[in-house]
Design a protein around this ligand. Structure first.
Ligand SMILES: [Zn+2]
Length: 350
C-alpha cells in the first residue's frame, strides 16, 4: 500500500490548500468548518502517523457534528432576559441544528441521548445523510470548480476515504486547522444577519484588538479624496455624489495589517465587488506609480493618523501577495463581477 510520509514541501502545499478553501470557498452555513474540524479530529482518533489513506464512516463524521453542534444548540444569553439560539446558516437555521434543538428538549445531556439507542442511531443516520449531501460535496468547491485534495467525491459510497497523506497532514496540523476553523466559524456566526440583533451591541474584540478604527479610516478618506481628485481608484467615476470607502489595495484578508500606502479610495460598488480579491495588473502598476509620485504627502498625512507608512514595506507586501496569488492560483478581481485565476507572472513584481 502507498504510505509514503509527505515531504516538507507537500505538507506546506497541504496547509496552503486548507488556507485556500477557507479563504476562497463560499460558506452558506457553518457545516464546512464542522467538517474540517471533524476530519482533523477523526484523523487523530482513528489514524496514525503514516502516509496512507484513511477510511471514515459517514456516521463517524456525523457523531463529530453532533458533538460540535450539541453545545451550540442552546440559547446564547446576552443580557438578563435576552436569549437567542445562534443561527448557523445564511437562511433558515441549519437542519442539523434544528434536529438537535428538538432533541435537547427531551434529553438533558448527550450521554442520555446516546443511551437511547434507537433515537441516537436515527439521528446519526440523518446527520450522516446531510453531511454527505452538503459539506462533503461543497467543501472542496471553489467558485464552481472542484478542488479535490482531501478526498474524492464518490456519492455511492457509505464511507469517505481520505486521500494518501491527508491523514498524516491533518494530524500534523490539527491545532492550526482547529484554530483557523474556529475563528472563521465565530466570524460567520457573528456576521450572520439573524445573530446581529444580539451580537451587534456586544464589544467586537476582533475589531477592538486588530482593525483600524472607523475614525482613523475617515481621516484617511479625507486625505485620499484630494489625492485621487475625487475619483474612484478603480473605475474613475466621480465620488462626489456616491458613497465611498477606504479600500485595502492588498486585501485585509490576505494581510491583516495596515500600511499607509495600501489605502485607496473606491466607490461602494467597486469596493464591495473587489471584496477580498486582489486587483489586476494594471491597478498594481497604477498603485505603485501613485505611491512613488505621492510618497512624501502619503507619509506626511497618513502617518499622522498612526499608520505605518513605508513605501518599501507596502510594496514588499504587494510582491508577496501577488506571488502567493500566482503560486496558489488565487482569483483576481477583473472589475465588475468578473474574476479570474492569476497565472501569468506580473510585470512590476519579481
Ligand atoms: Zn469605482
Amino acid at each position: 500500500m502507498f504510505s509514503v510520509v509527505p515531504t516538507a514541501q507537500e505538507q506546506l502545499k497541504f496547509l496552503k490548500n486548507i488556507q485556500l478553501i477557507l479563504q476562497s470557498g463560499s460558506f452558506s452555513s457553518t457545516y464546512k468548518f464542522a467538517l474540517l474540524i471533524s476530519l482533523s479530529r477523526l484523523s487523530i482518533e482513528k489514524g496514525e502517523d503514516e502516509g496512507g489513506t484513511l477510511i471514515l464512516e459517514y456516521t463517524d463524521i456525523a457523531e463529530k457534528f453532533i458533538e460540535l453542534y450539541w453545545k451550540q444548540a442552546v440559547p446564547y444569553t446576552f443580557h438578563e432576559d435576552g436569549q437567542l439560539i445562534l443561527n448557523q446558516n445564511n437562511g433558515k437555521q441549519a437542519a442539523i441544528v434544528n434536529r438537535i434543538i428538538l432533541l435537547r428538549q427531551s434529553y438533558s445531556s448527550l450521554g442520555l441521548l446516546r443511551r437511547d439507542t434507537s433515537v441516537w442511531l436515527k439521528l446519526l443516520k440523518e446527520v450522516a445523510k446531510t453531511v454527505k449531501e452538503m459539506p462533503v460535496r461543497y467543501l472542496q468547491n471553489i467558485n464552481g470548480q472542484n478542488f479535490e485534495f482531501l478526498y474524492r467525491l464518490e456519492y455511492s459510497n457509505k464511507q469517505l476515504t481520505l486521500l494518501p497523506q491527508v491523514m498524516y497532514c491533518l494530524r500534523q496540523f490539527s491545532e492550526i486547522i482547529e484554530e483557523l476553523c474556529q475563528k472563521r466559524w465565530i466570524d460567520f456566526v457573528r456576521l450572520n444577519k439573524q445573530n446581529l440583533v444580539i451580537l451587534d451591541g456586544l464589544p467586537d474584540l476582533d475589531e477592538f484588538m486588530f482593525a483600524p478604527s472607523r475614525n482613523q479610516l475617515g481621516q484617511v478618506a479625507d486625505f485620499l479624496i484630494d489625492l485621487q481628485q475625487c475619483q474612484c481608484f478603480y473605475c474613475g467615476k466621480s465620488l462626489k455624489n456616491s458613497k465611498y470607502a477606504v479600500d485595502h489595495f492588498i486585501p485585509w484578508s490576505l494581510y491583516p495589517a495596515d500600511t499607509g500606502h495600501n489605502f485607496v479610495l473606491a466607490d461602494d460598488k467597486c469596493n464591495s465587488q473587489k471584496s477580498n480579491y486582489l486587483a489586476p495588473e494594471q491597478f498594481l502598476q497604477k498603485w505603485q506609480e501613485r505611491n512613488y509620485l505621492h510618497d512624501q504627502s502619503i507619509v506626511r498625512e497618513i502617518s499622522q493618523f498612526g499608520f505605518l507608512t513605508d513605501i518599501q514595506r507596502s510594496h514588499r507586501v504587494a510582491d508577496w501577495a501577488y506571488k502567493q496569488a500566482i503560486e496558489n492560483e488565487y482569483l483576481v478581481w477583473l472589475g465588475g463581477k468578473d474574476k479570474q485565476i492569476l497565472v501569468s507572472p506580473i510585470s512590476g513584481v519579481f
